[in-house]
Design a protein around this ligand. Structure first.
Ligand SMILES: [Zn+2]
Ligand SMILES: [Zn+2]
Length: 214
């Protein structure tokens, strides 16, 4: 750890730096999520630090993959499957864990208006099963009243307007994710639908599949 002493002007206002080396990803994950001294330091130092930059590298690995958040590890050991999502301009990226990789179609008028299509493809998951990994600062919020009269928050990419997720006051601790924006979304089956009364006459996907004639 030390103070910046460079005669160049590339420090972008940052004055101090420290480097930590870890023997393994597991050690780094432990340090970030469980290690008590680090947790206490982060809490106490936060009000004193104006800005910070964290870079996590593997020495010599120029084009390696992104590290997986501990919460989304053990894909096979844990429940369900992990999927990466991204908006159209790719400035916002996220990871979700789905119990089952499938779509639930929503035919409500709001989804039709917001998405400009006959229905939206979704799943309701717990907040812990969604993690924004990139571009959080580029996520805007559009608030509106849902059919229940309660508040709904729609989180979208400010650049390209893709919907990242929705949060409803009537479902605390849960979020609605757009499953078609996930990697492999095009191959997932549609297994359920809601607001079937709003289904447009020429939309036949699920009606034929599950024999719903309403
Ligand atoms: Zn975008
Ligand atoms: Zn809807």
């Amino acid at each position: 750890m030390g103070k910046n002493r460079s005669w160049e002007s590339h420090h972008k206002g940052l004055t101090h730096a420290f480097i930590l080396e870890f023997a393994s990803q597991d050690d780094l994950d432990y340090y970030l999520t469980e290690e008590k001294v680090h947790g206490k330091f982060s809490k106490l130092a936060k009000p004193l630090i104006e800005d910070s930059v964290v870079v996590d590298i593997v020495d010599g690995e120029l084009f390696g993959g992104r590290a997986v958040h501990p919460r989304f590890k053990n894909e096979n050991g844990g429940k369900g499957s992990v999927h990466e999502g991204s908006c159209h301009c790719e400035s916002v990226r996220w990871v979700v864990r789905l119990e089952k990789a499938e779509h639930v179609l929503c035919h409500c008028l709001t989804c039709q208006k917001l998405g400009g299509g006959p229905y939206s493809c979704n799943q309701i998951i717990t907040e812990e099963d969604l993690l924004l990994t990139e571009g959080e600062g580029n996520v805007g919020v559009y608030k509106y009243k849902g059919a229940s009269g309660k508040n709904v928050e729609c989180f979208f990419c400010k650049t390209c307007t893709s919907h990242v997720y929705h949060k409803q006051e009537v479902m605390p601790g849960r979020v609605i994710v757009r499953t078609l924006l996930l990697e492999g979304g095009g191959e997932m089956p549609a297994t359920g639908e809601i607001f079937g009364e709003g289904r447009l006459g020429w939309v036949t996907e699920l009606r034929d599949q599950i024999g719903n004639t309403s």
